[in-house]
Design a protein around this ligand. Structure first.
Ligand code: FSX
Length: 362
């Protein structure tokens, strides 16, 4: 089985030098906001880690989450699939189809029972016994329950899997729910966003591969390293908010000068995600930088939260002062995940602490 190889053995077999491997580890440290000195520790951990079997299930969704993943650049999805994980089942990316595809899923479940990582994108329709979305004649609800049984942990990728997303929006004709509404006895990490940021997806997988544990999570099971700050906390337009300079329309002087989009409905103050720091498309831009208010797509029920273009009524409740933002930014540069030590560890995190890399690879 390919999962018997360690990651370093796999890379060496492919002609990657030790130097190239260390470079990869340095990129991982940067991605996870860890100090550069941690690269050696990451190399040690990854050198010994077995490639985990990953089963990826896509349910009621638009395939935007997979589209996002395939645009990851650090590491690339090719790095992940060919080097770091054994992606044994993924509707969109696998070559196999029909009976052969389902046989691959069942073989991976059998051979790696209790050890594989389950990734889910899309919500799960529950109305009328889940008939609104099926794969090979099996409802999404049945397939999730069946595959979750042997999973070491579950990553719910995208707002649909994390919170129900757009399918869950009023009037929710299919009774769509999130993974956490169905599965109660497994460690679950939510990587929300519609779609989620590609490097956040790969960053979470990199953390899991390196440390064998899930990272610290917030109250919505999201990794604090990427969802600990609001978009507003880290937005480059924030100084205009503090000065009371707002664009009133999309083509006025304020819009042309790049002023704050709060009065045009920006949901940055109430939205937690890493768009303002990691950005999109290899760090080129993010919606606010391109002149559009944040829609709040990484928060629960964002679609039903009122007009995208109406200003929030009480923006300052969870907004940091600029001094606090500066402290946080400085800390982020120096101590990485330790930045979030002031956050109370969630119950989910405590459950995850017992999970080790052995659960995935040995
Ligand atoms: Fe949902 Fe993802 Fe939005 Fe689309 O799989 S989070 S509708 S980007 O594709 O699930």
């Amino acid at each position: 089985m390919p999962t018997e190889q360690t990651l370093e053995e796999r890379l060496r077999q492919q002609g990657i030098s030790r130097r190239g491997f260390l470079k990869f580890c340095t990129a991982m440290a940067s991605l996870m906001a860890l100090p550069p000195g941690m690269a050696g520790a990451i190399a040690d951990a990854l050198g010994k880690a077995k490639r985990p079997s990953v089963i990826w299930l896509s349910f009621q969704e638009c395939t935007g989450c997979t589209e996002s993943l395939t645009r990851s650049h650090s590491p690339t999805v090719e790095n992940l699939i060919f080097d770091a994980i054994s992606l044994d089942y993924h509707h969109t990316l696998q070559a196999a189809a029909g009976t052969a595809a389902e046989a691959a899923r069942e073989r991976a479940m059998h051979d790696n029972f209790g050890k594989y990582l389950l990734i889910v994108d899309g919500s799960i329709p529950t109305k009328d016994n889940g008939v609104y979305s099926t794969i090979a004649g099996v409802t999404n609800l049945q397939m999730l329950e069946e595959v979750a049984k042997g999973a070491a942990a579950i990553v719910a990728v995208g707002t649909c899997a994390a919170f129900g997303g757009i399918p869950h929006a009023n009037p929710n004709p299919t009774g769509a729910v999130a993974v956490t509404d169905i599965i109660k006895d497994k460690p679950i990490i939510n990587v929300s966003g519609c779609p989620p940021i590609p490097v956040v997806i790969t960053g979470v997988l990199a953390h899991y591969l390196t440390f064998g544990t899930l990272p610290d999570l917030d109250q919505y099971h999201r990794p604090l390293a990427f969802y600990g700050d609001s978009i507003h906390d880290r937005c480059y337009r924030r100084p205009f908010y503090d000065q009371g300079k707002f664009a009133k329309t999309f083509d006025d002087e304020g819009a042309r000068n790049g002023w704050c989009l709060y009065e045009l409905g920006c949901k940055g103050p109430t939205t937690h995600n890493a768009c303002a720091t990691t950005k999109w498309n290899h760090g080129v831009s993010f919606p606010i930088q391109s002149g559009h208010p944040c829609l709040g797509c990484s928060e629960p029920d964002f679609w039903d939260a009122g007009s995208f273009y109406q200003a929030l009524s009480a923006p300052t409740a969870n907004v940091r002062t600029m001094a606090e933002v500066a402290i946080v930014a400085g800390a982020a540069a120096g101590i990485g995940f330790g930045l979030y030590d002031h956050h109370k560890r969630s119950k989910a995190k405590q459950e995850h602490e017992k999970l080790t890399i052995k659960d995935l690879g040995d």
